[in-house]
Design a protein. Structure first.
Length: 318
């Protein structure tokens, strides 16, 4: 069950994130207007994307709802980011993104999502430490739906020429409008190992995660273990560099209390596959294609389903 201070902690964390992001952006903007003699400047990045996708089972996974029907969606997104050194060993960054999916038939699940984030990195020599904070606001059909806060300290570094390890602790809070039983506090431990076969041109990532989630209803409290495996390969295409990525994720969830609708504890096994291909068309423009498949196996009938998504996206970066 949720702890009582949930709401007050959320408000404090959101205010801290907003203030920190705003200050960093203001400082970075002022810095970018100075001449080079004043020191390191902020580096800005912008990305715009438009595309479309086909979904075989339109779903809202946060509340265990799936339609069992397919639909097409128009997608669009924009992201603004800024990075700036704060010294020889410290770097800070902030970002803001907005994305939307608009369906042809299922307009009631049209989604608009905004993400604000801030990150600070410290180089300790043999290792790097970081602290990241993200806040997500998501709406369905222009109505409030979900708010999500994520805070994560991490430590990472090379342990050999080819092996890189990263460990992180993640604390998150989630609220869902008009569904207090779905509000949640989650603590997660993560460890990732990267093997660089040919530097950033070809590498693999193996990740393990343990998660414990407390919600507003005892039958929704669970602990879970997950494993992920990714392979990334960059290649020459049209005189530039393209990218291919294959990923597999498997998660087991063990719920701690009986689910009233089935008279026993719920258990979920979630398997996801995803394949991404990015082809450069020019220095600033790239065409992306992706395929994902999800097998959500559960003894709760409404959470037991399959889903396939195929899509394309045109990306412009500057």
């Amino acid at each position: 069950m949720l702890a009582e201070p949930f709401r007050s902690y959320s408000i404090l964390s959101i205010c801290t994130l907003a203030l920190g992001t705003g200050v960093l952006l203001q400082v970075s903007d002022s810095q970018a207007q100075n001449d080079e003699a004043s020191g390191p400047k902020a580096t800005w990045s912008r990305e715009l994307g438009v595309g479309g996708e086909y979904d075989t089972n339109v779903s809202v996974s946060e509340v265990d709802l799936s339609s069992g029907e397919s639909d097409y969606a128009f997608t669009s997104d924009f992201e603004l980011g800024v990075k700036r050194p704060l010294g020889e060993t410290i770097k800070a960054s902030a970002s803001y993104s907005v994305s939307q999916s608009r369906y042809g038939e299922f307009s009631r699940v049209d989604r608009l999502t905004q993400i604000a984030g801030a990150n600070i990195d410290k180089d300790f020599g043999n290792a790097n430490g970081s602290l990241s904070v993200y806040f997500i606001d998501s709406k369905l059909a222009n109505d409030g739906f979900l708010e999500f806060l994520r805070v994560s300290p991490a430590l990472s570094g090379f342990v050999s020429k080819r092996w890189f390890l990263r460990g992180a602790y993640v604390y998150s809070e989630r609220t869902i409008d008009d569904r207090p039983e779905r509000d949640a506090q989650t603590v997660t431990g993560e460890i990732d190992a990267y093997y660089f076969h040919r530097g950033l041109r070809s590498y693999m990532n193996l990740g393990l995660r343990y998660r414990n989630e407390d919600t507003g209803a005892p039958e929704l409290d669970f602990s879970g273990q997950a494993i992920k495996l990714r392979y990334i390969r960059r290649f020459d295409a049209l005189g530039r560099q393209g990218k291919f990525e294959a990923a597999m994720r498997f998660e087991e969830r063990d719920y701690r209390s009986p689910e009233p609708t089935i008279g026993e504890k719920r258990r979920d096994d979630r398997l996801r596959w995803k394949f991404d291909l990015e082809l450069p068309l020019s220095k600033a423009i790239a065409l992306q294609a992706y395929y994902s498949y999800g097998d959500f196996d559960s003894n709760l009938p409404r959470a037991d389903f399959f889903q396939t998504i195929v899509g394309t996206r045109l990306q412009i970066s500057w």
